[in-house]
Design a protein around this ligand. Structure first.
Ligand code: 13P
Ligand code: SF4
Length: 353
């Protein structure tokens, strides 16, 4: 097996007959099919390592299906905080694994490919936040969980898409808020809370920003009667609400939801057809939750390249060699923990199973 930069064998290598097939093709770990032999090997290695496998709703179906828990950012953070196992394998992106490490510093946290980053988390650095804070010394800093540990260390309270409105509503209405880094989620929170003292950082996720209003309007016109599920990071979130205000789609058929909120709404939906504006991996959990509903992506090319780095080969390698281990230095983790603990205390239980 080729070993990648960052591979950490200090926590122990486990024997696996499939491991010799794994290679890095320059972009991702490859060479292993997600068949029954692979699934059996993943289950065996996870048990031997005392590991719980968590997968975000945007992972490929094979990874979602082998995970012990699948969910949105908030649900997975809560599961990571309370997991009994000594090791967490986070099939998601780096900030999610870092958040798990901040919450459970005593546990070993592994991500199958540490190169799985996030364009939204990259849209603000700790230095930029420190400068912004210095211009607004009395403001409360609310950071989306899609941020680095260093940014969380400068944050008063974190949020996810499923509890951002609750979090902001918990803050004294007279206090100014610095909301970062997602401009579309920030606009959604301003709309929902009616507060005009929220300053929003101009960051975005390149996958969701590319799901635009024109695509949503065209899709909605060609699928009359369909419900719309829209993630608040999308460039089309404002257009979705315009469609509702103009009566093009009845208001009760337009729902702005986190990925976990979409699974809950799918279970409760009486719709025949639902147009889904978010990353395409989401469709798998929606179809499992409500097989009778026809779920159609608004943009079927909206795939997160980072989430898709968690391949079957990467997960097998992670369990076999104990890599890539996620470290957050103790001072940063201690500084960020309170903001993340406040986040998991807010909002509904969140969808994760
Ligand atoms: P959720 O919190 O809705 O799962 O979203 C996470 C994310 O990264 C969206 O791009
Ligand atoms: Fe980050 Fe966007 Fe990928 Fe979510 S979909 S992990 S916000 S790059």
């Amino acid at each position: 097996m080729s070993t990648a930069t960052g591979t950490n064998t200090a926590i122990g290598r486990l024997d696996s007959p499939l491991a010799d097939k794994i290679h890095h093709d320059g972009s991702v770990y490859a060479g292993v099919e997600p068949n029954e032999a692979w699934a059996a090997e993943i289950r065996r290695l996870a048990a031997e390592r005392d590991a719980v496998i968590l997968a975000h709703n945007y992972e490929i179906p094979a990874i979602q299906d082998i995970a012990h828990h699948v969910g949105d950012s908030l649900a997975l953070s809560r599961i990571a905080a309370s997991a009994e196992q000594s090791t967490i394998i986070f099939c998601g992106v780096h900030f999610m694994a870092e958040t798990a490490k901040i919450l459970s510093p005593e546990k070993t946290v592994l991500i199958p490919d540490e190169a799985a980053g996030c364009s939204l988390a990259d849209s603000i650095t700790a230095e930029q936040l420190a400068e912004w804070k210095s211009e607004h010394p009395d403001a409360v800093v609310v950071s989306y969980v899609n941020t680095t540990a260093a940014v969380k260390a400068l944050t008063d309270i974190c949020c996810t898409s499923s509890n951002a409105v609750d979090v902001v509503e918990s803050i004294d209405p007279d206090r100014e808020i610095l909301f970062l880094p997602d401009q579309f989620l920030g606009a959604h929170v301003r709309r929902k809370t009616g507060r005009d003292n929220i300053l929003v950082w101009a960051g975005e996720c390149h996958v969701h920003a590319a799901i635009n209003g024109d695509q949503l309007t065209a899709k909605s016109e060609s699928h009359p009667g369909a419900d719309l599920f829209v993630h608040p990071e999308c460039g089309c979130a404002t257009s979705a609400l315009h469609l509702a205000t103009e009566g093009a789609v009845p208001a009760d058929q337009v729902k702005i939801l986190s990925t976990g909120g979409m699974v809950d709404a799918a279970r409760a939906s009486g719709a025949r057809e639902v147009l889904v504006a978010t990353e395409v991996g989401m469709i798998h959990q929606l179809r499992k939750a409500a097989p009778e509903v026809d779920f159609q992506p608004v943009n079927d090319r909206a795939a997160c390249p980072y989430m898709k780095m968690i391949t079957p080969a990467a997960l097998l390698r992670s369990l076999a060699v104990g890599a890539d281990e996620v470290h957050v230095d103790a001072a940063t983790a201690d500084a960020g923990r309170k903001s993340v603990e406040r986040m998991i205390a807010h909002g509904d239980p969140g969808d994760g199973e």
